[in-house]
Design a protein around this ligand. Structure first.
Ligand SMILES: NC(=O)c1ccc[n+]([C@@H]2O[C@H](COP(=O)([O-])OP(=O)(O)OC[C@H]3O[C@@H](n4cnc5c(N)ncnc54)[C@H](O)[C@@H]3O)[C@@H](O)[C@H]2O)c1
Ligand SMILES: N[C@@H](CCO)C(=O)O
Length: 346
């Protein structure tokens, strides 16, 4: 029976969700998926770090209090985040990288991915920064080292979209896409429709684990911009940089705008899109749009996301599902591990 040794880099909502899945389902996976997972290391800026080659108790990790240096409370743990040592020397076959997304330069997560890949260790990540800003370099490094670099959860959380489009839609000629790609902003717009104030709706999204560490990234469109770059480069073979994508958010939409839209049978939505132009170039944008309620994306509510691919052979193909959430995103990491097991399984 294959047992993957994994090190968790960043132990916030998403990787705690993965530990929860391991605690609850590892035995079942051995039967249904043909492998198990052993957590051999954890490192987190706030909580500290720990390594245990024999494996850590996932239940104990899930129950760890969210207190500065809390990993020092576990036998062998320390209050220091020994990121490099945990990534390179914990004996892990793979790391699950889930630290903060840095939309400016993708650091330090990009360095964490490089350390692992250079050491011949697979990487699964939900972090948009390294992929949107350094994806080509990291994919090339992974190829050269013969290891996997998987990032399904970077777009639409656990809802399959990157691998689905890459594999199941291969050959249908994707010409473009438009979608609701941020759970927090869609949740905020939905709750404002119910009468909640903007700031209160953002606070709820934070409590529910949807928002970025700095929710400005959600409501000003920066998070969607990263996702548009990832999807356009992945599916349209574009070579977009973040600066190529015009971007605005939802913070200027007032309760009055929302009420007026409702009265007129329309809804405000934050839409990320990219399209191949006749000259072959790809044009992309992120903006709030007023959609008639008959539009397929107008009825997508709460933290649900949806993306509609424009294809030559099938017309529009639309995928909808959770766009954020701790367990939902942890599932994306599991789907990456399953993909690694399929391609690199021992
Ligand atoms: N929560 C979601 O719904 C969701 C969905 C898709 C993608 N993501 C992405 O997944 C990642 C993790 O999300 P989350 O909700 O768990 O965030 P989180 O804020 O709950 O956790 C991030 C953790 O990373 C740690 N960290 C930050 N910088 C670090 C560093 N330099 N070294 C070590 N640890 C560091 C923090 O202390 C924190 O515990 C983010 O990049 C986010 O954009 C989240
Ligand atoms: N903060 C992001 C997490 C998923 O990438 C969102 O709300 O969509």
């Amino acid at each position: 029976m294959t047992e993957y040794k994994i090190a968790l880099v960043g132990f916030g909502g998403v990787n705690r969700g993965l530990a929860q899945l391991v605690a609850d389902r590892n035995a079942e996976w051995k039967a249904s998926l043909g492998f198990g997972i052993k957590i051999v290391g954890v490192t987190d800026l706030f909580l500290g770090s720990i390594v245990a080659e024999e494996g850590l108790d996932a239940k104990q990790l899930v129950a760890l209090p969210i207190e500065k240096g809390a990993l020092a409370q576990m036998s062998g743990g320390t209050a220091e985040a020994l990121n490099e040592a945990v990534i390179k020397h914990s004996g892990a076959d793979m790391i699950a990288e889930a630290t903060f997304t840095n939309p400016v330069d993708g650091e330090p997560a990009t360095t964490f991915c490089r350390w692992a890949l250079e050491s011949g260790i697979h990487v699964v990540t939900t972090n948009k920064g390294p992929i949107a800003l350094h994806g080509a370099e990291l994919k090339d490094l992974a190829r050269r080292k013969g290891v996997a670099f998987e990032y399904e959860g970077s777009v639409m959380s656990g809802t399959p979209v990157i691998r689905l489009a890459r594999q199941a839609l291969a050959g249908v000629e994707v010409q473009g896409f438009e979608g609701i790609l941020n759970g927090t902003s869609n949740y905020v717009l939905t709750r404002m429709k119910d009468g909640l104030a903007f700031n209160d709706a953002v606070a709820q999204a934070q409590q529910l684990g949807y928002a970025e560490a700095d929710p400005t990234a959600d409501v000003e469109g920066f998070d969607v911009r990263l996702k548009v770059v990832i999807l356009a480069n992945e599916l349209l073979n574009a070579r977009l940089s973040v600066s190529d994508v015009a971007c605005s958010g939802i913070s200027r939409i007032s309760p009055e705008d929302i009420a007026q839209a409702s009265a007129n049978g329309a809804s405000w939505k934050l839409i990320g899109s990219a399209n191949r132009e006749v000259d072959g170039s790809v044009r992309a944008s992120v903006e709030a749009r007023l959609l008639p309620n008959s539009h397929p994306l107008a009825g997508i509510s709460g933290a649900t996301n949806a993306v509609s691919f424009k294809t030559t052979l099938l017309g529009a193909v639309t995928v909808s599902g959770p766009g954020a959430g701790r367990i939902e995103t942890a599932f994306a990491l599991l789907s990456d591990i399953i993909a690694i097991h399929t391609t690199h399984g021992k």
